[in-house]
Design a binder for this molecule. Structure first.
Ligand SMILES: Nc1ncnc2c1ncn2[C@@H]1O[C@H](COP(=O)(O)OP(=O)(O)OP(=O)(O)O)[C@@H](O)[C@H]1O
Length: 253
């Protein structure tokens, strides 16, 4: 393909994204790991993955253990750098390719547009839960009182008992930590959400609360990509199932 043809194809795909209100468009994404400490073995995990997510859609990544679901989610958050392909994200009215975004642009995309709820809570020690949840809003410049009010609303929605709000979450149970993680991940109201097993450690009541929250976000127009091993979560949330099938091709160095 000549540079001119490529430019034209890119323009066509950007215009198409606008028309369909695609918030995330992934094309031909590949990722390999080179295990330098194990003889330089190369593990080919993602091979030409393409998917797109419009406002109000939830794509569930499906595939056996080791297929590359978490790797794909991490690539979409640019935690892992994909080797090839495009990850177009609608940010500030433009489609921006995460693979070519510089550190400053990436930070802004993560602050405003792209939210990620990992499986486990990672926080700065000794910060009270209410501030942990309010922090993403503070980093956007939201006033402290308003940030804390919005954090409190979410902690109420996930039924985290109020006496715990002033404590740091390090000693909380697995399910409590997961609910803090979800509250923090949803507090900004990012238009694109990446969810890695958001209900894995929750009992039935708390799972239902969290699913209701995420469903509300989806129906309000968020574009979601998630891993949901939990069948109840998947059937409540997914509008599309996207199979992930790693070829698990291993090559010697
Ligand atoms: N940082 C890394 N370095 C080397 N290999 C990795 C790395 N991260 C993932 N892998 C490999 O990539 C493959 C896919 O892993 P991944 O965690 O994405 O699978 P998954 O589909 O999410 O599995 P599960 O459902 O068990 O969580 C695995 O073989 C794993 O060993």
């Amino acid at each position: 393909m000549s540079p001119l043809d490529r430019e034209e194809a890119e323009l066509r795909s950007v215009n198409q994204s606008r028309k369909e209100n695609l918030l995330l468009q992934v094309s031909d994404l590949s990722k390999r790991f080179t295990l330098h400490e194990q003889g330089g073995v190369v593990l080919s995990v993602l091979d030409d993955v393409s998917l797109s997510v419009a406002a109000g859609e939830c794509v569930a990544l499906d595939g056996p253990s080791g297929a590359g679901k978490s790797t794909l989610l991490r690539c979409l958050y640019a935690n892992y750098r994909a080797d090839k392909g495009r990850i177009l994200v609608q940010h500030g009215g433009e489609m921006i390719d995460l693979l070519h975004a510089d550190a400053r642009a990436l930070l802004d995309i993560r602050r405003r547009t792209l939210g990620y709820v990992s499986q486990f809570l990672r926080v700065i020690p000794r910060v009270p839960t209410l501030d942990v949840v309010a922090m993403p809003l503070l980093s956007l410049g939201v006033d402290r009182e308003e940030a804390r009010d919005r954090a409190a609303d979410l902690l109420r929605r996930v039924a985290l008992p109020e006496p715990l709000w002033k404590l740091a979450p390090a000693t909380f149970s697995g399910g409590e930590q997961q609910r803090v993680n979800i509250a923090r991940g949803l507090v900004v109201g990012h238009p694109i959400l990446l969810l890695d097993e958001p209900t894995a450690s929750l009992d039935a009541d708390n799972r239902a609360r969290v699913l209701e929250l995420i469903t509300e976000r989806r129906d309000a127009g968020a574009a979601i990509v998630g891993i949901f091993h939990d069948e109840a979560a998947r059937s409540a949330l997914a509008t599309t199932i996207h199979p992930v099938r790693s070829r698990q091709e291993v090559a010697a160095a």
